[in-house]
Structures are given as structure tokens and as C-alpha cells.
Design a protein around this ligand. Structure first.
Ligand SMILES: [Zn+2]
Ligand SMILES: [Zn+2]
Length: 139
């Protein structure tokens, strides 16, 4: 039986598959916006969240959701206080949790005493607070 829901954005009824509860049209709109943000960041590296939002007329909230999805990352030192860990409230640059919470959550899930891999990708330093860069990930 299909999982039919109302789109959170436009309230249209759609067949829910996975991810955020929004319909394909709205999803496509987000995709288009993401592309614009991506291009803008390519042209304007280190543009801040607010700059991008103002220049492209894209809501800060949507940009934040791209950050939470790990599609964008805030560059610069810790303490930009734009994005916060959903578990401990610490300032983070991408995703939903800070590194230590993410590790604890992962450890909780697989209660196997596996080795924790070191992270060779040190966050880029410098830049304005709240500046972003595009993360090269496949979607
Ligand atoms: Zn919709
Ligand atoms: Zn945390």
C-alpha cells in the first residue's frame, strides 16, 4: 500500500517514498535552488549563509537544511553558531551532530567495539564566519 501524505511545503497529496515529507515538485524546486547555491559558492567561495540567502533570494532555512543534509558545509573556525548539534548544541559546520555526538550515536548503534577511524579531512580554516563551501558528494 502506498504511503500517501500531504506535502509539508505545498500541502499537495503525494506518494511518500523517503527523505523529507515533501512532494516531487517541491523536491525538484529544492534541487534547482541547491544548484544555484552550488554555482554561487563556486563563483563566490566563502560567501556567508546570509549573503547567499540575500543574493539568491533563498531562505536561510532552506540553506540550513542543505547544511543539515551534509550537502553544504560551513567553513571557518568553530563558533559560527549558525548550525548547532541537535544533541548537545555545539556549533557545527555540517550535518546534524557534532563529531563527538556523531561518534557516540554510531557507537550506540553498532555496539561492536570497532576501531574508530581517524578523520583525515581537517576542516578548512580561516574565512568569514558562516562561510560555506560545496561538498562533493554524489546524490
Ligand atoms: Zn509540494
Ligand atoms: Zn554534539
Amino acid at each position: 500500500m502506498p504511503d500517501v501524505r500531504n506535502c509539508k511545503r505545498c500541502n499537495k497529496i503525494f506518494n511518500y517514498l523517503s527523505g523529507p515529507p515533501i512532494c516531487l515538485d517541491c523536491k525538484q524546486q529544492d534541487e534547482d535552488k541547491f544548484k544555484i547555491v552550488k554555482e554561487y559558492l563556486y563563483e563566490n567561495p566563502k560567501a556567508s549563509v546570509y549573503e547567499v540567502s540575500k543574493e539568491l533570494e533563498i531562505s536561510v532555512q532552506l540553506i540550513k537544511s542543505f547544511l543539515k543534509e551534509g550537502r553544504l558545509e560551513i567553513i571557518g573556525e568553530d563558533g559560527n553558531m549558525f548550525l548547532e548539534c541537535e544533541r548537545c548544541g555545539k556549533s557545527i559546520s555540517t550535518g546534524r551532530y557534532c563529531e563527538s555526538c556523531a561518534r557516540e550515536i554510531t557507537d550506540d548503534i553498532r555496539s561492536v567495539a570497532g576501531k574508530i577511524k581517524g578523520n583525515p579531512n581537517e576542516p578548512a580554516s580561516g574565512g568569514k564566519s558562516g562561510a560555506m563551501r560545496y561538498l562533493h558528494k554524489k546524490w
